[in-house]
Design a protein around this ligand. Structure first.
Ligand code: G3P
Length: 216
């Protein structure tokens, strides 16, 4: 499974990229707004650090502007994946931009039919939002499973990017289901690595090493 970092914070990106475990980056307008930087500037900075897909969302809501903005975003770097919202205009733009060889990530997906529509429009990635479904008492992970089954049944090549991941168990469940990618905030990267028994084990080994380090 590929692990993407869901952030526009360049320091976070540098930190986790140095671990050798970041396969790509997803950004969204809210994450960019938090950074107080232009999308173009930040995407180009990210591309210097991570050699993998970098999602850059369009702000436009109508088809014509989406296509224009999508082409512009894609021109910033070869690794840019244009993020389009799951709307009729988004689907139309997806079809056009895909034909031009631009990778598309269809975002804000909350149902199986939406995921299938994105796949039919040629999306490279589809982003179902697990945590936001959980927030409204719907089973976000069930949606990942349903999409996996449908994509396998009909051999859609579109990859499932499990988004709005909130904790390590989401990642574990997404892996078992066979989601292609999970995008997660920095906090979840930390949680995936941490285990109290690892910390305890290091503590014990260090204490024992202290006892014998001066012995010949
Ligand atoms: O980038 C899309 C998604 O991962 C957002 O997550 O936590 O804002 O629902 P969240």
């Amino acid at each position: 499974m590929q692990f993407f970092l869901d952030t526009a914070n360049i320091e976070e990106i540098k930190k986790y990229a140095s671990w050798g475990v970041v396969d790509g980056i997803t950004t969204n307008p809210s994450l960019i707004a938090k950074e107080g930087v232009s999308l173009e500037k930040r995407i180009k900075e990210i591309a210097e650090v991570v050699d993998g897909p970098i999602s850059a969302e369009v702000m436009a809501v109508d088809f014509k502007d989406m296509v224009e903005e999508g082409r512009r975003n894609a021109s910033w770097h070869k690794n840019v994946y244009v993020k389009l919202p799951m709307t009729p205009d988004g689907l139309r733009a997806c079809k056009i931009l895909t034909k031009e060889g631009i990778n598309i990530n269809v975002t804000l997906v909350f149902s199986l039919p939406q995921a299938v529509m994105a796949a039919k429009a040629g999306a490279t990635l589809v982003s179902p939002f697990v945590g936001r479904l959980d927030d409204v008492s719907q089973d976000g992970m069930q949606l990942i499973e349903d999409i996996r089954i449908a994509f396998d049944n009909y051999a859609y090549k579109t990859k499932i990017l499990a988004a709005s991941i909130r904790h390590p168990l989401h990642v574990v469940q997404a892996m078992k289901i066979g989601a292609d990618i999970a995008t997660m905030p920095a906090k979840v990267f930390d949680q995936l690595v941490k285990h109290p028994l690892t910390d305890k084990g290091i503590e014990i080994f260090l204490a024992d090493f202290e006892k014998v380090k001066n012995l010949q």
